[in-house]
Design a protein around this ligand. Structure first.
Ligand code: ZN
Ligand code: ZN
Length: 153
């Protein structure tokens, strides 16, 4: 998986930064600009990490993400059971367990922010451009119209 190439994401730069937080509110973050890619991931690791049927991921540059408060609450889990052979660092709030962001050993300088923790309009309007690991899609979930399907093998 190459997270570093950005395709045709429209350059409608969001004027307001997107804000987000974990469930307990201890961690607050801000995201500026458009993500490079919005990805709905059906892989088992993302499902386990979120406890949900998929993970709704915004791929962006590390510089687009600012942790405004609660940095000390962020706990990291090294996810080495990744099929592509790289290590993911999955960061979450150690108080409430919310996923905060993920980095990959193969994509230095980039982060994945789960859109479920984003607030307001930006969170509501989030929609995926790509679906990963479609083979592992939970059976009840339909294909999201207009997305590109990518397998990871
Ligand atoms: Zn929290
Ligand atoms: Zn995944």
């Amino acid at each position: 998986m190459d997270l570093t190439t950005s395709t045709s994401s429209p350059t409608t730069a969001a004027p307001e930064p997107i804000t987000g937080s974990c469930l307990c509110g201890g961690i607050q973050y801000e995201v500026t600009g458009e993500p490079m890619k919005r990805v709905m991931c059906h892989c088992e690791n993302c499902r386990k990490f979120t406890g949900s049927s998929f993970m709704a991921n915004s791929f962006m540059k590390e510089s687009q993400l600012t942790i405004k408060s609660g940095e000390s609450l962020i706990q990291s889990f090294k996810d080495t059971k990744v099929d592509s052979g790289n290590t993911l660092e999955r960061r979450f709030c150690r108080v409430c367990g919310s996923p905060v962001y993920v980095t990959s050993s193969r994509a230095e300088g980039f982060v994945v922010v789960p859109s479920g923790t984003m607030d307001g309009e930006a969170g509501r309007k989030w929609r995926p451009e790509v679906e990963f690991w479609c083979k592992e899609r939970r059976e009840y979930l339909p294909v999201v119209e207009g997305t590109q399907a990518l397998e990871m093998d």
